[in-house]
Design a protein around this ligand. Sequence first.
Ligand code: SRM
Ligand code: SF4
Length: 552
Amino acid sequence: MSTALSPIEKVKRESKGLRGTIVESLRDEITGAIAEDDQAVIKFHGMYQQDDRDVREERASKKLDRLHSFMIRLRLPGGFLTSDQWIATHDIAGENSTGVIKITTRQTLQLHGLIKSKIKPTIKAFNEAKLDSIATCGDINRNVVCSAHPKQSSIHEEVFGYSEKISELLMPKTRAYYEIWLDEEKIKERTEEDPLYEDRYLPRKFKIAIAIPPNNDVDVFANDIGLIAIIENEKLIGFNLAVGGGLSATHGNTETYPRLASVIGFVAGEKNILKTIYEVLTIQRDFGNRSDRKLARLKYTLDKYGVEWFKEELEKRIGFKLVEAKSYQFSDRKDFYGWHKNHQGLWYYTVFTENGRVLDSEKVKLKSGLLEVAKTNKANFRFTCNQNVIVADIQEKDKASIQRILEAHSIVNHTESATSIRKNSMACVAFNTCPLALAEGQRYLPSLISKIEPLMQRHQLESEEIVIRMTGCPNGCARPYVAEIGFVGTAYGKYNLHVGGDRQGQRLNKLFKESLDEVSILNELDQLFSDYKTKRNTKETLGDFAYRNYFN
Ligand code: SRM
Ligand code: SF4
């Protein structure tokens, strides 16, 4: 096994505080791309260089360069925007990108298709709206996600506050973002010492989620750190700490695997909670694999050294013992569509946003409708890890007028008429922008679901809320390994079929059939639904049934 540092390690260390040669790359008008090393550095500023894969081959045959553009991802801890910020995002998307606003599986927004010269104006415009994209990509802590729906609990605001505090705590200290994109003057004397990230940052990306039981809408166990809010007598008393979750695997590389986070204890009090999170990162910084990026996530560090070792090392660094984990129970992992009221009497409408794509279609004028809602200034916007938007914090007196806007743009009808399986589905971006896609994701799943719906009807299963997810490659961006039915792309038009995940995201599914085309997928599902219908136990979910029936 090689112990040489991976090339990205050198790029990070030599990046002069994440500056690299981005400024020079931006000035280069000969190409729409940026220098190779800068492509790694720019990720820490929340951007990816991409190219339009639909035209890649055609352009190559004409000896043309790839059609480069950039994707930008916002930092939105807990997934919250004010109405003014939504309007700004809408306008920026229209002026600078493809126009589609993409809600991600980590509760934030992405814009695609920015050409190089539009990056700076985009970041400036976001900055005016008090939004940034710092550290949403790269080997660093990413967007901190939090249970989305305030109906969930009276302590929602307090827990949501933690997502902001954690995000702040784990931000890089460099001013590179402000200098490069916002023309902040470079002050030579300014020290940029970063005790957490030093100059090497983390060995790999790092993800944190906070769940408020009984809903695991954030898929808390799929994260490097999962915090499970423990509530007693309507008060937040602290969090159970889970570490070492991560989903990616690489086809053909048996050293890689999805792993759910292990719950290692309970921690109370803001100071101790933040200290604990911080030190989990320092352990990963110091012990994570910096040679092989495929084995560099915290889950591999944990499995290499052992959970007990990890706990001891953590307790040494934090200076106190973790308490034994408290009991908790998850009963769901879903979004509560339609209207709901929270404990303060404020109203929330969760809009079904298929695969998180906010755009106007013939059926539903989602983008125009949300803009009109925002213009009333009577609602905020919250995003969910199931890729939906919640029109939020609406006062009783304003509810009827918001309802009228949602109806006029067919948003209510779209949300109410979608089938259960569609409303519980998710797909990753994949083609045409993702450079790693082997198969389609969000462009294909909706049509596949249209073919699965009649099967469900035939077996009288249409009211079942089965969690179904698809990704265009094994990286797992739509978390297919914790779905009841998961599709993982292997080649164009081919998917591995995984079944047997539970409904709450507490058990990984298993590979059931390999590299199926559409006809085979539908045949397999037909058989699965038939078995389920005839052999299931009372109230048994499809995932539990499949696990019991096929793998035990
Ligand atoms: Fe992801 C890489 C999209 C959530 C695991 N992911 C990518 C890239 C950036 C491709 C790349 O490296 O160039 C994709 C950009 C596509 C595009 O054109 O937009 C991409 N990931 C997404 C999003 C947008 C999917 C979506 O449709 O919503 C999600 C953005 C989340 C966010 O807002 O930050 C997204 N990615 C996830 C998740 C789910 C999660 O975090 O809950 C996972 C699995 C969980 C995990 O991290 O283990 C995930 N993405 C990956 C990986 C594998 C990481 C690993 O451990 O090996 C990669 C590839 C990599 O990092 O090398 C990846
Ligand atoms: Fe791209 Fe693969 Fe992630 Fe889908 S799962 S967005 S194809 S990296």
